[in-house]
Each structure stands twice: as C-alpha cells, then as structure tokens.
Design a protein around this ligand. Structure first.
Ligand SMILES: Cc1ncc(COP(=O)(O)O)c(C=O)c1O
Length: 380
C-alpha cells in the first residue's frame, strides 16, 4: 500500500467479503459493485452475478420489491423513487406511443395530472370516466386501448373498485389492468390474486408507514415488471438504498398498524355519523374480512366554520399526506385536488366542506373526543 496520505485516505481498509451475520440487511449505500477480474465482470453479463450498478439493481431495493411482491402474491416487483414514478413505469410498460388508456376519473390528484398533462408528451391518449359504472368504461374502450387504470379504494371518497368485474371486462377486450392499492395495502386487498396485471403503491404511505420516506413499488406479472424495470433504470426513477431500507423496515409493522388503524377508523366513522354537524361520512362498508381501511372522509355540515375546525384540532395536525402512525387531516380542495379545476372537483363531489381524515394508531376514544371537540368549538 502506498504510504501517501492522499492514496491512503481513499483506500481505507475494508474487507468486502467478511460475513457479519447481521440480523438486519445492511444498507448497501454503494453506487456500484466491484469485480476481481474481467472474468468476474463477464459473469455479471452472463447472469451469474446480480449487481453491477445501483441505478440498475441494488440488494436493498430488491429486498423491498421482493417483500411487497410476496405480500401481494404477485410474480415480481420493482421499487421506485416515489408512487408517481411507479405509476409512470407501469403505464409505460403497458402503453406505447399511439396507444390509449381508460382511467378512473376519481384517481389521486397527482395521478390525474400525470394522465392529463404529461402522457400526451409520450404520445399516449387518455380518457377518464367513472369506474363506478363499468358500462361507461366499456363505452370508452377504443381500437388502440391497451390499459384500464384505477384505484382499489379511491381517494377521497373511498369507493371500492369491482376488481373481478374489471378483470372480466379487460380480458374480453385483451387489455392490461393496473390498480393503485395504496389505500387498501396488501393487508386488506391483493388485486394481483384477482387477476390484475400490475399493482402500484405509494409506499410513502402505509407500506413505509412513518411519514419519513418517499418511495414507490410496482408489482405484477414478471413480463410487465421486466419492461417497467427497464423504464425505471433508463428514466433514473430508481429508489435509493437507504430509502429502500427505511421503507422495508417500516413495512414490517404493516399488519399491526393496519389492524389498529382500521379499528380506530371504524369507531370514528360510527361516532361522526351520529354527529348532527357532520353532513356525510364516507367510510367503506366492506373492503375485506380484515377491515375497511384507515381513511375516513367527512363532509362537514354548513353549521360548522371550516377554518375554525382546522384551528381547533389540538394534537391532530394538518398534513398533506396520509397513513402515518399519527392521526392527521388533509383538505383535498387545497392539497391533493388543488390542481383540478372547480368543475372537475365538482364533478367528483369535492367541495369546501370535504375533509379527509387519516387515522393513526392512538387510542380510539382519544381520537373520537378530539374530533368531537374540534367540531363543537367551530359551530357558527
Ligand atoms: C393513492 C395515491 N397514489 C399515488 C400517490 C403518489 O405517491 P408519491 O407521493 O409517493 O409519489 C399518492 C400520494 O398521495 C396517493 O395518495
């Protein structure tokens, strides 16, 4: 070893092959992997060595995508930099320039924007219709349609998609199906088992679960995941090893969290339905045997002053996200659906009184009393 400082400071002592038997997978915070000679390098291209360059593949992102594919009972998966990039990768794996997509008109605001403001630059045409009526979806299918896109539980009104009806319609027309399963999570629903081709997650939400990481996962049929992975690699939409590690660590408590959060949400939905200052409570009647999810959307009655409701929430914070362990509230008009025109919002029923509640793991009775207190304090 050369004795000059400049060389020693770079080549610090490190035995890459030493096996530590660590209980958790270490973070492979490395942009690339090294090779002892040219034969070893060649073995990567022959498929005998898995890793070369982290944008293409990394043990931490592999571990995350494998874990979610297993939970979803899907053939394969790919981890991405965000839910949005997972959605884009899935779309680009199923539609090419000149193709057409039929998508649900009540998808997450960011997805709405991607479909309407960006996909035309890829030469992909989009028609948005209500998926509550599959006849409307059928009418929207054209010669060049390749994909039907929707969410298993919609945002913010929590409409539960008829997945088997969708699969049947798609197979009649030889189309791919892709479902955003962010709100339901594989704890409640496993759309791939119903025959859905691609399932996407904003892992930023329940899979990560702690509001400390932005990430996405796309799982589904091997052939489509191979294509989507190619898009992720080329577009540089890969997830960093640290963020993959954080997401996977969070995912280990998904079962416990969803169980508690779904229970709390049900208790709150029942309490708010009995409150005369709440015009409407949106909470699904049946998502799965395990529960109905942890989001409750309410429309306050006009007897409530909305600004003052937000000011009276005490320990419940206003946050433009969902799915953390803490109960939070968001205001679709100002956040998730801000990019939509008034007309588009009106069409899907979002008005100034609609508020989305993301229920956490706290004690249910504390959550109920905090919301009741906020409503009481803001009556006009
Ligand atoms: C249902 C749904 N899908 C996709 C996304 C986008 O995910 P991300 O913010 O991780 O890109 C969100 C974000 O809120 C979402 O709620």
């Amino acid at each position: 070893m050369s004795s000059s400082f400049e060389t020693k400071v770079v080549h610090q002592k490190f035995d890459q092959k030493q096996v530590q038997n660590s209980k958790n997978t270490p973070i492979y915070q490395s942009t690339a992997f090294t090779f002892k000679d040219l034969d070893h390098l060649e073995s990567y291209y022959e498929g005998d060595v898995p890793y070369l360059y982290s944008r293409e593949r990394n043990p931490n992102t592999d571990e995350l995508s494998d874990a979610i594919a297993t939970l979803e009972e899907a053939e394969a998966g790919v981890a991405t930099s965000s839910g949005m990039s997972a959605i884009l990768a899935g779309i680009l794996a199923t539609a090419s320039p000149g193709d057409h997509i039929v998508a649900a008109d009540d998808v997450y605001g960011g997805t709405h924007k991607l479909l309407n403001a960006e996909l035309d630059t890829f030469g992909i045409e989009v028609t948005m219709v209500s998926f509550a009526d599959l006849e409307q979806v059928k009418q929207a299918i054209k010669e060049n349609t390749t994909l039907l896109y929707t969410e298993s539980v919609s945002n913010p009104f929590l409409r539960v998609e008829d997945l088997s009806g969708l699969v049947e319609l798609a197979s009649e027309h030889g189309l791919y199906t892709m479902v955003d399963n962010t709100f339901a999570t594989p704890y409640l629903l496993q759309p791939a088992k119903e025959g859905i081709d691609l399932v996407v997650h904003s892992a930023t939400k329940y899979i990560g679960g702690h509001s400390d990481v932005t990430s996405g996962v796309l799982v589904g049929k091997q052939e489509l995941i191979t294509k989507a992975t190619q898009k992720v690699v080329t577009l540089g939409a890969n997830l960093s090893p640290f963020e993959a590690w954080l997401t996977q660590r969070g995912s280990k408590t998904l079962g416990l969290r969803m169980k508690q959060q779904s229970h709390n949400a049900k208790v709150l939905a029942e309490a708010l339905a009995a409150n005369e200052h709440v015009q409407q409570v949106y909470y699904p009647k049946h998502v799965s045997e395990r529960g109905n999810g942890a989001i409750v959307t309410i429309e306050l009655a006009e007897t409530v002053q909305v600004e003052s409701f937000f000011q009276s929430l005490g320990w419940i914070k206003i946050a433009p996200t969902l799915a953390g362990v803490e109960t939070t509230v968001s205001y679709p008009v100002r956040t998730s659906h801000r990019a939509l025109s008034d007309e588009e919002r009106q069409q899907i029923g979002i008005n100034d009184y609609v508020i989305r509640l993301s229920i956490g793991i706290e004690e249910a009775s504390d959550i109920v009393s905090q919301f009741e207190q906020a409503i009481q304090a803001s009556i006009k």
